[in-house]
Design a protein around this ligand. Structure first.
Ligand SMILES: [Zn+2]
Length: 260
C-alpha cells in the first residue's frame, strides 16, 4: 500500500476510534462474560478493544423479527469475531457487511434428493449461518448461552464458528482450507486437516468423549470451524487431544492461546 494511502487510512481509523470508543463499563461487562478473552494479556485486550471499534464501524447489525440489537449485544459479537483475526487484520472480513441477529435459533427447511430422485424435506435448527458475500446470521440465545457458568462438556462458540466459516470461504470454497499463500501450502494444509479429521471421526464412531462437538464429524469445513471454537475457548484441551490440529490452527491464526 502506498505511503499516502496508509496515512489516509490511519487518519480515518483514528477518527473512527474516537467516534466509536467503547465505554469502560460496557467493555468490562462484556469481557466478564467471556473468560477466554479475560484471560488474554492486557496488551492483546487493548488491541482487541480497538479492533472491535473498527469492526462495529464497518459492519451493519440488524435484528430479525423485532429483535433489538443493543450496544452490549453488538460488542459481544464484535469482540469474539475479532479474536480470530487479531493477528491477521480486520480486512479478512471485508467480503460482507451485514450481520443479522435473531433472538433464538432459526428453523430452516432443507431439501435433499436421494439416489432415486425423491426429494426429502427436513427442518434444521440453525444457531448461525455464514455465506459468501453475507449476510452472516447469528442467534443471540446461542452467542451467550444462559448456562455459560455451568462449564459445558465441549467448547461451544457460535460467533467464532461462523467467522471461521467466513475465513474458510475467502477462497470461494467451503472445504476447511482457508485462503493460503500457495498451492503447496494448500496441499500441506489439506493433508494435516484430513488426517486429523479422520482421526476425530474414528473417535466419534468408537463413542469416545471428545473435546470437539460430534457435529465436527459432519464434513471437513465443519471440523475446521468447530476446531477453531476449541482453539480459542478451550485451547489446552484441543492441544492435548489433537496436537497436530492445534499446531495447524496456531500457524494460521498466528496465536498460541494455550499459553494463557
Ligand atoms: Zn458450521
Amino acid at each position: 500500500m502506498p505511503g499516502w494511502l496508509q496515512s489516509l487510512r490511519r487518519r480515518r481509523e483514528a477518527r473512527v476510534l474516537q467516534r466509536r470508543a467503547i465505554p469502560d463499563a460496557l467493555w468490562q461487562a462484556c469481557i466478564a462474560q467471556l473468560p477466554f478473552i479475560a484471560a488474554r494479556p492486557a496488551e492483546q485486550q487493548v488491541r482487541l478493544r480497538r479492533m472491535a471499534s473498527l469492526f462495529l464501524d464497518r459492519k451493519e447489525f440488524s435484528g430479525a423479527q423485532g429483535f433489538v440489537v443493543t450496544d452490549g449485544i453488538a460488542l459481544a459479537v464484535a469482540v469474539q469475531a475479532c479474536l480470530p483475526v487479531l493477528e491477521l487484520g480486520l480486512d479478512c472480513y471485508d467480503g460482507f457487511v451485514g450481520i443479522v441477529m435473531h433472538g433464538d435459533a432459526v428453523v430452516a427447511t432443507r431439501e435433499v434428493v436421494d439416489d432415486d430422485g425423491v426429494v426429502h424435506a427436513y427442518d434444521e435448527e440453525l444457531a448461525g449461518e455464514a455465506m459468501e458475500g453475507g449476510p452472516l446470521m447469528l442467534s443471540w440465545a446461542d452467542v451467550l448461552p444462559a448456562d455459560e457458568g455451568a462449564a459445558p462438556a465441549t467448547a461451544y462458540n457460535v460467533v467464532i464458528h461462523e467467522f471461521a466459516h467466513v475465513l474458510d470461504l475467502r477462497d470461494g470454497q467451503a472445504d476447511g482450507i482457508p485462503l493460503l499463500g500457495s498451492n503447496a501450502e494448500r496441499r500441506a494444509w489439506g493433508q494435516v486437516l484430513m488426517a486429523e479429521y479422520d482421526r476425530f471421526c474414528e473417535r466419534v464412531v468408537c463413542g469416545y468423549a471428545t473435546v470437539l462437538d460430534a457435529y465436527a464429524a459432519e464434513a471437513p469445513d465443519e471440523f475446521f470451524a468447530v476446531s477453531s471454537e476449541a482453539f480459542f475457548v478451550t485451547p489446552r484441551a484441543l492441544k492435548e487431544e489433537q496436537p497436530a490440529m492445534y499446531r495447524l490452527l496456531a500457524s494460521f491464526y498466528r496465536q498460541d492461546p494455550a499459553d494463557y
